[in-house]
Write a protein of this length. Structure first.
Length: 412
């Protein structure tokens, strides 16, 4: 007997036919004693459509003052899928029950639209499994201390699934999606991207953080926390996908680069001409932090030594831009900034790999690949296991392909 958590993403449950196919597949692979929890996302583009619907009320529905109501709206998407999938199981003769995030005891903080899981008490899930039911759970959502629905950020169903697998001490967590594993780059934009048999939590977390949308970064953190191997695989084929785990077991470890990630949802903000005084950066970034806006690449440079003036340039997620503009508008006066520039057509391309530690030539090779593709680098940042470059959004395909060709020439 095994307890397995299986997560199906939006494209896997995009139509009622696909939902029936998911139910059939699960039942065809289920052994009689298996206990199965299925986490599902909203059907197809439902979440995007709900956001568009809200923009009919205000063109910027992600403003802080709407956050609670956005969650009330967005959580309906997953509720449609769980109801339909539970019905599909019943049609096939399998007892099943649909449960919302609140009903499975998924407690979150109250940071609406960007919630974090504080704890899970899955008593109800155990009870229903013990009655022989397949439990179908709404991904992407939990409830805060008031019982209000809170969503976990885009792609959050991955995190729901892995967290639930951890809390239930599941034997396995499978993430079913529209690709058959994790690749060395997004296979939608790099034709020769290579599928990995395995990747460590450490490297996958960095890939995800830098834009590899196949897994939400927090889901990888959860997997590492609970030490649950995560199997990323295709909904539409039966072949083995990629296992995300603590350490490699089958593949060689001595590759310099594990993959190339890119992120198109980046805005660059330049706060120009601020006094070079203690406390200026603190005032600016504290105001952004208080508004729950994550700041990524940060560069401060001297604009004018004689007048003791700096420029502070940083990047944020595009979805935070409306709120960030408001915060910066108020703060730039406080810190006496000369002006603020916003650029929306930006992208971040990154290389990731624990093997690059101690290989000084790796960054130079990445910059060379960008130069060959005639891509200008705006900002460079590094972490222990990654190098990232901010480039023009319109050049991201050339940039990623050129870098991939440099490090994975065999795939050509
Ligand atoms: P789901 O709806 O199943 O959660 P997502 O769209 O969130 O699916 O994630 C799957 C997509 O992630 C793929 O279609 C692919 O375009 C994208 N992706 C980005 N980087 C990678 C990568 N390195 N490996 C595999 N897929 C990737
Ligand atoms: N439906 C949500 C989204 O589109 C959550 C998810 O798919 O993981 O972001
Ligand atoms: Mg996803």
């Amino acid at each position: 007997m095994a307890l397995v958590v299986k997560k199906f993403g939006g494209s896997s449950v995009a139509t009622t036919d696909k939902i029936l196919a998911v139910a059939q597949r699960i039942l065809s692979e289920k052994k009689p004693d298996d206990k199965i929890v299925v986490v599902v996302s909203a059907m197809g583009k439902t979440t995007d459509n709900l956001i568009t619907l809200a923009s009919g009320i205000d063109t910027q529905p992600y403003k802080a003052r709407y956050a609670r109501e956005m969650d009330m709206l967005l959580t309906t998407g997953e509720q449609v899928s769980i109801a339909l999938l539970a019905m599909a199981f019943k049609k096939l003769g399998q007892p099943a029950i649909s449960l919302t995030g609140a009903q499975v005891g998924m407690r979150t903080n109250s940071v609406h639209t960007k919630g974090r899981i504080l704890g899970i008490k899955p008593k109800r899930v155990h009870e229903e499994l013990n009655k022989g039911q397949i439990v179908v759970v709404a991904g992407f959502q939990g409830a805060d201390k008031f019982g209000d629905p809170v969503t976990l950020g885009r792609g959050g169903s991955d995190t729901s699934a892995v967290a639930l697998a951890g809390a239930l001490k599941a034997d396995e967590c499978e993430i079913f999606t529209d690709v058959d594993g994790v690749y060395s780059a997004d296979p939608r934009i790099v034709k020769g991207a290579r599928k990995m048999k395995e990747i460590t939590y450490f490297e996958m977390l960095e890939m995800a953080r830098l834009g590899a949308g196949v897994m939400q970064p927090r889901s990888v953190e959860m997997g590492q926390f609970f030490n649950i191997p995560i199997h990323v695989r295709s909904t539409f084929t039966k072949e083995t996908g990629t296992i995300i785990r603590e350490d490699y077991t089958v593949e060689e470890k001595d590759f310099e680069i594990r993959g190339v990630a890119h992120d198109m949802k980046v805005a660059k903000i330049s706060v120009i001409g601020v006094p070079n005084n203690p406390g200026v950066a603190h005032t600016l970034f504290k105001a952004l932090a208080d508004a729950n806006i994550d700041v990524d690449m940060i560069v401060q440079s001297i604009r004018n030594i004689d007048r003791n003036i700096n420029d502070i340039v940083f990047t944020i997620n595009l979805s935070d831009l409306a709120e960030a503009k408001k915060v910066i508008g108020a703060t730039s006066e406080k810190i006496n900034a000369a002006h603020v520039l916003v650029e929306e057509d930006m992208a971040k391309v990154s290389i990731v790999g624990a093997g690059m530690l101690g290989s000084p030539g790796v960054a130079a090779r990445m910059f060379g690949a960008l130069a060959r593709a005639d891509v200008n680098i705006d900002i460079i940042s590094t972490s222990e296991i990654s190098v990232s470059c901010l480039v023009k959004g319109s050049q991201v395909t050339e940039a990623v392909n050129s870098i991939h060709d440099e490090f994975f020439p065999d795939s050509l």
